[in-house]
Write a protein that binds this ligand. Structure first.
Ligand code: HEM
Ligand code: HEM
Length: 166
């Protein structure tokens, strides 16, 4: 990795808090996918919801609010904490990476808002919630392909988030 210009703390790397939050959010997204299956069963008019499904539904709502809060914290951290310097990646890769990361921030924050709205205020927001989930799946797919590519190239990008910062 190129050395950071002196005095610019926005060019060093992700902080421990940013790395920890990245992986907590990944676990919560997997948990949200798993618990959402129980919502589909709970809302099926031909099935009597099991106690487990009701607990999983509640878990989805509370963990979703937590996930939305953590995304807000992450967006805040981007303003106040360090941000990684770029490697020698071509400009189009930089732009694509910024678009995918920005898209993930928007789609996950949007899901927390639309999920809350669908559950407590206006059920039709559920359609936007589901649409945003499909957007998230596409973006996560692209993100994982990019992470695998940088891991194979060993250009230092993957280790920014995989290695624990010193
Ligand atoms: C970033 C956070 C969230 C993620 C990733 C997420 C993910 C999902 C997924 C994958 C589904 C199922 C979509 C399908 O049927 O194909 C779903 C449905 C649902 N979620 Fe979330 N969710 C999040 C936050 C929330 C929150 C905060 C609430 C409520 C407080 C919530 C309430 C609901 C409801 C009510 C549905 C059923 C929507 C419908 O069928 O119309 N979600 N969510
Ligand atoms: C639900 C799954 C995931 C989500 C929502 C997600 C989200 C994000 C976001 C928003 C960033 C940008 C951080 C910032 O600049 O503020 C990021 C960076 C990163 N993520 Fe993920 N991520 C996910 C899964 C993964 C996985 C599975 C890997 C690796 C195998 C990974 C590796 C990375 C790496 C290496 C970076 C740093 C990229 C760079 O500095 O240019 N992510 N992730």
């Amino acid at each position: 990795m190129t050395s950071a210009p002196k005095g610019n703390r926005n060019t060093i790397g992700y902080s421990r808090l940013q790395v920890a939050l990245h992986w907590v959010v990944v676990l919560l997204v997997i948990e949200q996918w798993y618990t959402s299956q129980a919502i589909v069963r709970t809302h099926n008019p031909f099935l009597r919801p099991s106690d487990t499904d009701l607990v999983l539904h509640a878990m989805h709502n509370y963990a979703g609010v937590l996930l939305g809060t953590l995304m807000a914290v992450r967006i805040g951290l981007r303003w106040v904490q360090r941000h990684p310097i770029r490697t020698d990646s071509p400009g189009w890769q930089e732009r694509l990476s910024r678009a995918v990361h920005g898209g993930l921030y928007v789609s996950l924050s949007g899901q927390a808002v639309t999920g809350f709205t669908a559950a407590y205020l206006w059920s039709s927001a559920g359609r936007v919630h589901i649409l945003l989930w499909n957007v998230t799946l596409v973006l996560v797919g692209l993100h994982i392909v990019a992470a695998a590519y940088h891991t194979v190239r060993r250009d230092g990008v993957a280790s920014r988030m995989i290695a624990w910062p010193r």
